[in-house]
Each structure stands twice: as structure tokens, then as C-alpha cells.
Design a protein around this ligand. Structure first.
Ligand code: ZN
Length: 150
């Protein structure tokens, strides 16, 4: 298990050091800002939605390794998904990090996102891991107010 943990840690560190899709998007159809005041994490999510499908998703931000790597991993999962599928993924991810039961099928869908399962033991870290996802939902809903975890 500790080997698996090391592997997960590596994945988080890698995404923190080399964040994927880390850029502004001029042609974004949706965007939102998120803030986790407890930790100081900031995330801006950019989405390009075409025919109810996420054609592109990028982010900018600063903060702890968990918040930034979570946002990075999230963007790699969302490209090509429908808005409905993205919301479903958010629900499964939220269940996972808050310690709610997640079926094996849903866990399989989450794939590498399951790396964040360990944060459920640390309530303040749950907010770091889920900030990007809450901000994503705000962007999809066209909510331009700052999303905060408080
Ligand atoms: Zn954080």
C-alpha cells in the first residue's frame, strides 16, 4: 500500500510541477474564479463548450500542490466530455474525497482521479482537492461570482 501511496504522491507532484492545460483561453465560452481562503488556493477555470460538449478546458492558478495538481488532472479528464458527464464526474469525485461510498464502476471511471481519495482523512485538504471542481461547476452554470470553499 505504501508503494501505491508513493506512486500517487509522484502523480500529484508531477502535475503540480508540470501542470497540464495551464494557460488562459481567449476563446472561452465559460469561466469562473475559485478561492480556498483556508489554504490560499486560487483557480481560474476556462471552458470552451460546443454543442453541450467540452471542446477545451484550461486553468490558471496558484496554491498548494493538491489544489494545482487536482485542477491539472481534472482538465485532462474533461476534454471531450459532455456537460452532463462532467457533472457526473464531479459528483463521483466529490463523494470520493468526502469519504462517501463510491461503487467500483464509478471508481473505475475516476481512474487516476482516485489519487485524491487519501484527502478524506484531512478535511482542510478536501477543500484543496475539490476547489477546481466547484469552480468548474460555477463556470458551467455561468456563475461569475467568486466560488469559495467557505
Ligand atoms: Zn490548498
Amino acid at each position: 500500500m505504501s508503494e501505491l501511496r508513493d506512486l500517487y504522491q509522484e502523480l500529484i507532484l508531477d502535475h503540480n510541477k508540470n501542470p497540464r492545460n495551464f494557460r488562459e483561453m481567449a476563446e472561452a465560452t465559460h469561466q469562473a474564479d475559485g478561492h480556498n481562503p483556508l489554504c490560499g488556493d486560487r483557480i481560474r477555470i476556462y471552458l470552451k463548450v460546443v454543442d453541450d460538449r467540452i471542446a477545451d478546458v484550461t486553468f490558471k492558478g496558484s496554491g498548494c500542490a493538491i489544489s494545482q495538481s487536482s485542477a491539472s488532472l481534472m482538465t485532462t479528464f474533461l476534454k471531450g466530455k459532455t456537460v452532463f458527464e462532467a457533472r457526473e464526474l464531479f459528483q463521483h469525485f466529490h463523494d470520493l474525497v468526502t469519504g462517501h461510498p463510491v461503487s467500483p464502476e464509478k471508481l473505475a471511471e475516476l481512474g487516476k482521479l482516485a489519487v485524491f481519495e487519501g484527502v478524506q482523512e484531512f478535511p482542510t485538504r478536501v477543500k484543496c482537492a475539490s476547489l477546481a471542481w466547484h469552480t468548474l461547476v460555477s463556470a458551467l452554470e455561468g456563475d461569475s461570482d467568486l466560488t469559495t470553499t467557505e
